[in-house]
Design a protein around this ligand. Structure first.
Ligand code: PNW
Length: 479
């Protein structure tokens, strides 16, 4: 029997409409309705990765160890004892990865530099072979008309730096490293991000002990680690500005906690705004306001960080853009309390992606932009990461039909589209991630890529989500 097609359906609908004497809008007859979610001209579509998660080549050409090398090699830390020793071997296969980017049609690529590849001891003598690798990657991207966006620090702190982020000297070493990169790459790279996700390399690494270096410091010391993290960012901004052309765009990538009002009414919107300032007090709020919010200092009391003259001026350095990494959110409501909001409890039935922490909250991309813009009015915003893990299966036809990832992406880009129509200065979107990679403590057990990687052969295969993203980029609209 002949199957009933979409065209047949269109005819049936048209016939029914004609019978009823109504005229149908074009949309009902199978016209591409994506046009209603058209992104602004010049919107930048990209993919994101990070050095330790994709490069491998852990000891190649003089690279020094980072705290993630040490941590992942510690027995019992990562799933299956996985390490980033080989990862996707992008250190050797980078040309193949740039081809993947070109086939997607992206105009931008967010990548990070392994600090200990360039400065094996974190400071002092640079390793020219390490820098050469990034010269090759940047040149390959530019030859393919892809704009590089470079993150200077995505958690892989050189292991040789005494005391790591417990030491102020590390913030200064970061500034020297930033100056060196600016001197050598800013002729071709015009967008830099200082650090990636403060809470992950400070709190989770030094207070909770779940990420490298795996410490569980008491509050006063943990707050000082936070301070050194944001100080590194500030000194890094100054170093980039002093050593790169004045047109260079400087920002950061921050996983600001996101708060979505339970209903779009004035009182709940105000609750979400207040929660955004409180929930990001030690990091984004401090950077954007150039001082620690009073409420944060009061809350921390004697455990508040020690601040030296000049610190806050560096930390409050003006940014050209704020990059937001966003995966999920909390719902908040106005509750009449002094703080003005309550965070809604999460039911056990709330849906999530393969990583249990990615509760599916597609409104997060819209509200993170709106809350951040309403509070601090940055000149430009990028979504520097958005994406999800999924339990990908390779079919006998060698296809990966990751419809759940497509569902996640389509919904998030639909909500982000709204922010662009309301005039928020969203300039681009970087999908996490270009390819499956070393997902920190989850090792290779959680796949975030839109390209499947067979970790035995390192073969890359586009998933359905890669086809979907290519179509989205080609139309500059959600499809
Ligand atoms: C981000 N959490 O990290 C990182 O920037 C990426 O390196 C990482 O691969 C990606 O998100 C996916 O996880 C996070 O547990 C890791 O809340 C974990 C959390 C948040 C962000």
């Amino acid at each position: 029997m002949k199957s009933f097609t979409r065209r047949d359906f269109g005819k049936t609908v048209a016939a029914a409409a004609a019978f009823a004497g109504v005229s149908l809008p074009e949309i009902a007859l199978g016209q591409p309705h994506a046009a209603v979610r058209q992104y602004p001209e010049g919107f930048r579509w990209g993919c994101a990765t990070a050095a330790y998660q994709i490069e491998g080549g852990a000891t190649a050409d003089g690279r020094g160890p980072s705290i993630w090398d040490t941590f992942s090699h510690t027995p019992g830390i990562t799933v299956n004892g996985d390490t980033g020793d080989v990862a996707d071997d992008s250190y050797h296969l980078y040309k193949e990865d740039v081809k993947l980017l070109r086939n997607l049609g992206v105009s931008a690529y967010r990548m990070s530099i392994s600090w200990s590849r360039v400065f094996p001891s974190g400071t002092g003598q640079p390793n020219p072979l390490g820098l050469d690798y990034y010269n090759r990657v940047v040149d390959e991207l530019l030859a393919n008309k892809i704009t590089p966006y470079i993150t200077l620090f995505h958690w892989d702190l050189p292991a040789a730096l005494p005391g790591g982020w417990q030491s102020r000297d590390t913030s200064k070493a970061f500034a020297d490293y930033a100056a060196y990169i600016a001197k050598h790459l800013s002729d071709r790279v015009h967008h830099f991000m200082t650090t990636n996700e403060f809470t992950c390399f400070t709190d989770i690494g030094y207070r909770d002990g779940r990420f490298a270096p795996g410490l569980k410091l008491p509050a006063a010391q943990a707050n000082q680690v936070r301070h050194h993290g944001i100080l590194a960012h500030g000194l890094g901004v100054q170093a980039l500005r002093a050593n790169a052309p004045s047109t260079t765009q400087v920002g950061l990538a921050e996983n600001a906690n996101v708060y979505v009002p339970i209903m779009e009414t004035p009182k709940h919107i105000e609750a979400a705004r207040r929660a955004t300032r409180d929930g990001n007090a030690p990091f984004l709020a401090t950077l954007m306001e150039g001082k620690y919010p009073d409420s944060y200092l009061q809350r921390e009391g004697a455990n508040a960080p020690k601040v030296e003259p000049g610190d806050m001026q560096a930390i409050g350095s003006k940014l050209d853009f704020v990059g937001l990494n966003v995966y999920t959110a909390d719902y908040v409501s106005a509750d009449g309390s002094a703080q003005g909001y309550a965070i809604e409890p999460r039911q056990t039935s709330y849906p999530h992606m393969a990583s249990p922490w990615i509760n599916i909250t597609p409104e997060c991309v819209y509200w993170t932009v709106r809350n951040v813009c309403d509070l601090w009015k940055p000149p430009a915003i990028y979504i520097t990461e958005n994406g999800c893990s999924a339990d990908d299966v390779v079919t006998s036809a060698n296809r990966i039909e990751d419809t759940d990832r497509v569902m996640y992406l389509r919904n998030h880009l639909t909500h982000l589209h709204r922010a662009t129509t309301e005039g928020y200065p969203v300039k681009g979107y970087f999908l996490w991630s270009l390819l499956d990679n070393f997902e920190w403590c989850d090792g290779y057990s959680k796949r975030f890529g839109i390209h499947y990687v067979d970790f035995k052969t390192l073969k890359r295969t586009p998933k359905l989500s890669a086809e979907w993203y290519r179509e989205t980029i080609a139309r500059n609209a959600v499809v």
